[in-house]
Design a protein around this ligand. Structure first.
Ligand code: ATP
Ligand code: MG
Length: 145
């Protein structure tokens, strides 16, 4: 089932966490320490509080959106944060799945939405054997001048 998820449409790369190279990457990212700590806290909430509380009670959406100029460290931060979060849940089966958004787009009406839904809703259901039946999507977006 896990292999199925990792080779599914839209998944560009999957790796087990924690990973020593990603730990070094996290340490190398130059960012205000308070902001780094807040990102870790937010990610951890998604694996502890989020599954236990109804969305109508706490509208914690579980998505962290990183926005910035090209080359400012969004991808590195997302990878490093995923690893840092996995380190906090030692012994759990965490994986980092990287999505290739271009493989999900389609000019056909509704096809893109369907592909995204297949990945995040249907595939999410297949993750239930994991100890933390939860996905924390980290999205990178670019702002170009
Ligand atoms: N704040 C930072 N601290 C340390 N290294 C950084 C920082 N920002 C960027 N880098 C380094 O610059 C390179 C490019 O970073 P990265 O690919 O993470 O940027 P990005 O914002 O995802 O870029 P793009 O918008 O093109 O996808 C990497 O080697 C990364 O480690
Ligand atoms: Mg990037």
């Amino acid at each position: 089932m896990r292999g199925d998820l990792e080779t599914s449409k839209g998944i560009q790369r999957a790796r087990r966490l924690p990973d020593t190279a990603l730990a070094a990457l996290w340490d190398s990212i130059i960012l205000d320490k308070a902001l780094k700590d807040r990102l870790v806290s937010q990610a951890m909430l998604n694996f502890t509080l989020r599954p236990k509380v109804e969305r109508s009670v706490i509208p914690l959406h579980g998505v962290i959106l990183l926005v910035g100029q090209p080359g400012t460290g969004k991808t590195s931060l997302a990878r490093g944060l995923a690893n840092r979060t996995a380190q906090s849940f030692q012994g759990s089966d965490f994986r980092l799945l990287e999505v290739d958004p271009h493989s999900l787009t389609s000019s056909a009406m509704g096809k893109t939405q369907k592909a995204v839904s297949e990945l995040f809703v249907n595939r999410h259901a297949k993750l239930t054997p994991y100890r933390h039946p939860n996905l924390t999507p980290l999205c990178g977006a670019e702002i170009r001048a």
